[in-house]
Write a protein that binds this ligand. Structure first.
Ligand code: UGA
Length: 440
């Protein structure tokens, strides 16, 4: 099989499909990515992926290329995992890269081929791509478009790909060979009784955006309650624990704090709203505007708390922000709440120092004007305020007594509600948190 796109999704899919025993060619237009992957280097941080990549390169099951002619001859099964970022100046998804793969690949195909779309796309895309493919396929060649959305989480991408919690496949009505092929491709997870749901194309496309919209809504729900807790004097962590015991609600994704970011949840809810508008059903999803607004307000709230710590003005104050990746176990800073807070504090006049175990290189490209330290202790030295913005284990494990020796003022704001407040208080710290009223 081939896998088009070697970003977070495509590179992981390519390597993991080889791990399942398939012969895989990963394809990208970016020479640098292909060169790195071919030499066994994953161009981003994803725990466990380098080992899978190396093992399968060495076994000869996995290779990478920028050559579409080669890809067209290599396989009859193709996966499409290129990016669908937010379009500039709009909420809609940018479909340029998805269409470009079809436009370049299909004229080169001969025989019978199935293209499984994995990218997150607006509903209706697969049917449009089928029309496009039909118009481009050489005579005598048949190309079927099926949709097989991806649910992997960054940081757990290998596990989520090799042992997914469900496999969803959208197939066209009428004649289709996609299901039989997918059963071969995913034989191993299917043997382990992974739920396999075969739907029409539109449902499969919608499953993906609906899942991400639900997750975003769950996070914003608890963050909205957080706002009330702050005013009324409640504790959102205790509240989330209590409602989470109801198994209809569940405790997962009720982590109150700085909210969601990354390359998926924010752009997916916006693209979902944009698509609903195009379909004349914008009212159905107006609540997602509120989900987005609640999420962005958490960042403002953090900046307000920081200002309050300095009696209203950040000018010249030294603030250390721990974390700049959008979540732990990732180097991804796309729409990162942590980096957004660090940037706002800096623009507000604070001298901001950032440290993140993996996200610094990417953060530097987006925000070159922030201070970047080489280690947590270097970042903490002489800080007047510490903000925990991404809950890396390294930060959860910080010893409050040792950190107190480093800083100028023992004041920390826990933006992810992960610190043991009692032990930080015991070491002399003033601890504030989002959604909690903490009295030392
Ligand atoms: C998300 C989905 O979880 C995956 O299922 C999906 O495949 C992926 O998007 C995608 O569309 O490709 P990911 O973006 O890797 O995965 O990250 P999540 O683990 O979902 O976290 C998203 C954001 O929510 C992070 O910024 C995280 O810090 C935040 N979050 C998560 C909270 O603020 N509170 C929580 O309780 C949980």
């Amino acid at each position: 099989m081939t896998v088009f796109g070697t970003g977070y999704l495509g590179a992981t899919h390519a390597a993991c499909m080889a791990e399942l025993g398939h012969e895989v060619l990963g394809v990208d237009v970016d020479d640098n990515k292909i060169a790195a992957l071919s030499s066994g280097t994953v161009p981003f941080y994803e725990p466990g992926l380098p080992e899978v990549l190396e093992r399968n390169l060495a076994a000869g099951r996995l290779s990478f290329s920028t050559n579409y002619e080669l890809a067209a001859e290599f396989a009859n099964v193709h996966f499409l995992g290129v990016g669908t970022p937010q379009r500039h100046g709009s909420y809609a998804a940018d479909m340029t890269y998805v269409r470009a793969v079809i436009e370049q690949l299909v004229p080169l195909l001969r025989g019978e081929h199935v293209i499984f779309g994995k990218s997150t796309v607006p509903v209706g895309t697969a049917a449009e791509l089928q029309e496009l493919a039909d118009s481009l396929a050489p005579s005598g060649t048949s190309v079927e478009i099926a949709w097989n959305p991806e649910f992997l989480r960054e940081g757990y991408a290998v596990k989520d790909t090799i042992t997914p919690d469900r496999i969803v496949l959208g197939v066209r009505s009428g004649e289709s060979s996609a299901e039989a092929l997918a059963r071969e491709v995913y034989a191993q997870p299917l043997e382990q009784d992974t739920p396999f749901l075969v739907t029409d194309l539109q449902t499969a496309e919608l499953v993906k955006v609906a899942a991400n919209a639900f997750l975003a809504t769950k996070i914003s729900f608890i963050n909205a309650v957080s706002e009330i807790c702050e005013i009324a004097g409640g504790d959102v962590v205790a509240l989330a624990d209590a409602i989470g015991h109801d198994d209809r609600i569940g405790r997962k994704f009720l982590g109150a704090g700085l909210g969601f970011g990354g390359g998926c949840l924010p752009k997916d809810i916006r693209a979902f709203m944009a698509r609903a508008g195009e379909l004349g059903a914008d009212q159905a999803l107006t609540f997602l505007r509120e989900v987005d607004a609640i999420n962005m307000r958490r960042r403002d709230r953090m900046v307000d708390l920081a200002k309050r710590a300095f009696n209203g003005s950040l000018l010249g104050h030294r603030v250390t922000v721990l974390g700049c990746a959008f979540k732990p176990n990732s180097d991804d800073v796309r729409d990162s709440p942590a980096l957004s807070v660090a940037g706002s504090l800096s623009l507000g006049g604070a001298a901001v120092t950032v440290y993140d175990p993996q996200g610094m290189e990417n953060a530097r490209k987006v925000f070159p004007t922030l201070g970047y330290a080489e280690s947590a202790s270097e970042a903490l030295s002489d800080a007047e305020l510490v903000i925990l913005a991404t809950e890396w284990q390294e930060f959860r494990d910080l010893d409050p007594k040792a950190v107190a020796e480093l800083v100028a003022r023992t004041h920390i704001i826990d933006g992810r509600n992960v610190l043991d407040v009692a032990s930080w208080n015991a070491a002399g710290w003033t601890v504030e948190a989002l959604g909690r009223t903490l009295t030392p």
